[in-house]
Ligand binder design. Structure first.
Ligand code: SAM
Ligand code: DTB
Ligand code: SF4
Length: 365
């Protein structure tokens, strides 16, 4: 683990003197980013975003719950935990054909990645065989594949990878310090272990957390610090706003100020410049201005489709209208063969923008 700068070390808030991809951000440095005047923070996040991405492209993923409810874990936010009564029944693993049909529909609606979630502590052997088949059939449609199945060991991760799984989602959820208030049936170390197994198997990592669970501002900074310590950074960083589901212990959690949520997205963008930051659960409860600010802060991925796993998401028509209003477009999926071409095209576009945009002339940063 890289050495942590002393908590009282002076904080360098300039971009110029530091390399882009760091893993050794101290909590104090991260908190100093959170504490910037809002406009300065947003400007910094935009600068970082524009240096690495097309600022008007948003990656679009669709989610499907392939096994819903009766989960043995006790995550206090989760409607699928068997520990709470949220009115969800126990469902069996969906049939492969149904999953593939949903994936086809998602592709037709414009998604480039299909994410499948199961309410498991970890997959059992007989389930793994089935989900591997799902992965290969969804992949054959030309979609990127992602799964979130709970904890996986290295062997399971390798088999999923060999079946064609591109991404594995496993969230850290919150800071190490606050974690014990939210989940008692698996540890933070268990989560880090799964993420390391996913990496070892050669898959891309999707890992983030949930905000608005009653955590302190320092917990939000500490969550991002844990994510930024992962080497390499997770390719995908979902930032969820808690969806307060009746029956869960979090149903009456105090609302998080949307501006604090936006700050967290901006800080995530600055800390992990090349990662896709996903404006994840909670969009249905957010107004358009908050979502627009999240994109301005550097979020460049969403879940698209009328449901998340068990809760609602904005209707597809509403998202299409929002994209139109904001001049956003879905990010095209990059195929391996096209990677270099796409990168070159993106770099050329960035250079052009740098040459002629007042935005850059004005910075002096
Ligand atoms: N069981 C697997 C696991 O936990 O690894 C996968 C499914 S689980 C539902 C995936 C993620 O959804 C959780 O880690 C959590 O971050 C997020 N999530 C679950 N319930 C949520 C809620 N009510 N609001 C926001 N995010 C939620
Ligand atoms: C993630 O970070 N958010 C998604 C996905 N990864 C699997 C799940 C959100 C779930 C919200 C509650 C529900 O719909 O059940
Ligand atoms: Fe189970 Fe995942 Fe929900 Fe936790 S978040 S209760 S592990 S489905």
């Amino acid at each position: 683990m890289p050495a942590q700068p002393h908590d009282n070390a002076p904080v360098d808030l300039t971009l110029a003197s530091r390399p882009d991809l760091r893993h050794d951000w101290s909590l104090e440095e991260i908190e100093a980013l959170f504490a910037l005047p809002f406009n300065d923070l947003m400007f910094r996040a935009q600068q970082v975003h524009r240096a690495h991405f097309d600022p008007n492209a948003v990656q679009v993923s669709t989610l499907l719950s392939i096994k819903t409810g009766a989960c043995p874990e006790d995550c206090k936010y989760c409607p699928q935990s068997g520990h709470y009564n949220t009115g969800l029944g126990k469902e069996k693993l969906l049939e492969i054909e149904k999953v593939v049909n949903q994936a086809k529909a998602a592709k037709e609606a414009g998604a480039s990645r299909f994410c499948m979630g199961a309410a498991w502590r970890s997959p059992r052997e007989k389930d793994l065989e089935v989900v591997m088949e799902m992965v290969s059939q969804v992949k054959a449609l030309g979609l990127e594949t992602c799964m979130t199945l709970g904890m996986v060991d290295v062997d399971q991760a390798k088999r999923l990878s060999e079946a064609g799984l591109d991404y594995y989602n496993h969230n850290l959820d919150t800071s190490p310090g606050y974690y014990g208030e939210i989940i008692t049936t698996r540890t933070y170390a268990d989560r880090l272990e799964t993420l390391s197994n996913v990496r070892e198997a050669g898959m891309k990592v999707c890992s983030g957390g949930i905000l608005g669970m009653g955590e302190a501002p320092r917990d939000r900074a500490a969550l991002l610090q844990q994510l930024v310590r992962l080497e390499p950074h997770p390719e995908s960083v979902p930032i969820n706003m808690l969806v307060k589901v009746p029956g869960t212990p979090m149903e009456n959690a105090e609302d998080l100020d949307p501006l604090e949520f936006i700050r967290a997205i901006a800080v995530a963008r600055i800390l992990m410049p090349k990662s896709h930051v996903r404006l994840s659960a909670g969009r249905e409860q957010m107004d358009e201005s908050t979502q627009a600010m999240a994109f301005l802060a550097g979020a460049n991925s969403i879940f698209y489709g009328d449901t998340l796993l068990t809760t609602g998401n904005p209707q597809v028509e509403r998202d299409r209208a929002l994209f139109d209003k904001l001049g956003l477009h879905p990010e095209q999926r990059e195929t391996c063969a096209d990677d270099e071409k796409t990168e070159a095209a993106l770099e050329a576009a960035m250079r052009e923008r740098q040459d002629d945009a007042m935005f850059y002339d004005a910075t002096g940063a």
